[in-house]
Design a protein around this ligand. Structure first.
Ligand code: PMP
Length: 451
């Protein structure tokens, strides 16, 4: 292994990182990760820390999940690649589609379309809903609605429904016909409403208003995360997603649940939609479907849409969309092993229990540190601390202070993610009570350093 300085210098000279300034890599070199085991990563400087980021919300089963590694290795020997474009299929992908169909049966989702990741899943759903409406004789239904603060990946479709200016402005103009409504974000919202239930009602009223303004017959779909993730972990009131589903159904608008983060146990339930007792028309998944070990995703399609596509006799239901890696046999083998492990270990139950422990610990930190303006989470293992320099004015914390907190937290034994004024926690779902204690004590050290 080359030494740390060599690697950091060559990193800055030779590659650009996603979501980072390309000119910043030398002044702020990345952590060079050299290995990982269990819920911990090691770096080139010799640190070993709990990864409270969980890869990127995807390594739900930790870094040592042997059955998934074995499934990948075995599949590479048997069939390392073949496409699933019209004309070919493979047994792994067929088995996975059946397992997913049975698994998602309570949600009414009975067909899978495979992708290479979350952005691809979102793009797939955005395209298929337009095709669905055309097949149903409503070609004017082309617009999309979504939530401000929502995150739906990086393709032009996903970026167009994203609700965060940071991911939009530099790339405009985006897709026309995408409209955003306020998120149920109690800490900051245009209504100055702090009660979650009343805020949910106000956001639902804003949705009704936007539908009336645009005209329901022009809208194809509403896309939302059951709990907003990258936008800063924003769990809505329990009435919100069922309310969205009811409004969409009443207006013939399809509901796409973007569960790229929330599917497979993150919320303490098997999916975010189940958590809120909602049956979406489509569900986008990726990330934890292979525990992050292989780029893969699946869009699940509701029984309600199936006949429209499958019984079409005009030819217009042919899907003119797909990826070279749609249904990759190695990804499918990894996903099958993940599903089995997630079930065997009853991962959502551990996520719920450890999530409760983590949330209680974070509440205790909030009581001690004024700079924690808002604490969000409490549904499984996704939490955010929104940091402020003044609790009364809610002025956001400055970049240097939050960076110092992140660095000291790391030195004290835990990797956390910083996104704007938020510290985001999304650890592997298999962590223990002692691991949660380590996250909390590291954060305590980080916060103490600047307080
Ligand atoms: N949707 C959501 C809700 C996500 O959180 C993400 C990634 N964080 C994406 C889509 C995009 O996924 P990917 O990065 O795998 O393309």
């Amino acid at each position: 292994m080359k030494d740390a300085n060599f690697l950091k210098e060559h990193n800055a000279r030779s590659l650009w990182h996603p979501m980072a300034h390309p000119g910043d890599s030398l002044a702020n070199p990345p952590t060079i990760v050299t290995g990982a085991a269990g819920v911990r990563i090691t770096d080139v400087d010799g640190h070993e820390v709990v990864d409270a980021v969980g890869g990127l919300w995807n390594v739900n089963l930790g870094f040592s999940c042997q059955p998934v590694k074995d499934a990948i290795a075995a599949q590479l020997e048997v069939l390392p690649y073949y496409s699933t474009f019209r004309g070919t299929s493979n047994d792994q992908v067929i088995q996975l589609a059946e397992e997913l169909r049975d698994f998602f049966a309570p949600d009414g989702l009975s067909r899978a379309f495979f992708t290479s990741g979350g952005s691809d899943s979102v793009e797939t759903a955005l395209r298929l809903v337009r095709q669905y409406h055309k097949l149903r004789g409503a070609p004017g239904r082309v617009k999309y609605l979504s939530l401000k603060k929502g995150y739906h990946g990086t393709h032009f479709g996903g970026a167009s429904v994203n609700g965060n200016a940071n991911f939009r402005t530099a790339y405009e103009p985006l897709l026309p016909g995408c409209h955003h409504i306020p998120a149920p974000y109690t800490y900051r919202n245009p209504f100055n409403e702090t009660d979650p239930e009343r805020l949910a009602q106000l956001c639902l009223a804003a949705l009704e208003d936007e539908i009336a303004f645009q005209g329901a017959s022009t809208i194809a779909a509403f896309i939302m995360e059951p709990i907003l993730g990258a936008g800063g972990v924003i769990p809505p009131h329990e009435s919100f997603m069922p309310g969205v589903a009811e409004i969409c159904a009443r207006h013939g608008i399809l509901l796409i649940a973007d569960e790229v983060i929330t599917a497979f146990g993150r919320t303490g339930s098997w999916t975010g939609s189940r958590h809120w007792d909602v049956q979406p028309d489509m569900m986008c998944t990726a990330k934890a479907i292979t525990n992050g070990y292989f780029p893969f995703g699946a869009v699940m399609i509701s029984e309600r849409l199936v006949d429209t596509f499958e019984k079409d006799t005009t030819g217009q239901a042919a899907i003119g969309h797909g990826y070279t890696y749609s249904g990759h046999p190695v990804g499918a083998a990894a996903a099958l092993a993940c599903l089995a492990e997630t079930r065997r270990l009853d991962v959502p139950t551990n996520a719920a229990a450890r999530g409760t422990q983590l949330h209680a610990g974070l509440e205790a930190l909030q009581a001690r540190y004024d700079l924690i303006g808002d604490l969000r989470g409490g549904h499984g293992l996704m939490s955010a601390l929104e940091l402020v320099s003044d609790r009364n004015t809610k002025a956001p914390i400055d970049k240097q202070t939050i960076k110092t907190i992140q660095e000291v937290t790391y030195q004290a034994g835990t990797m956390v993610r910083v996104s704007g004024p938020n510290i985001i926690l999304s650890p592997p779902l298999v962590l223990t009570a002692a691991d949660v204690d380590q996250i909390l004590s590291s954060l305590d050290a980080g916060l103490a350093a600047v307080s």
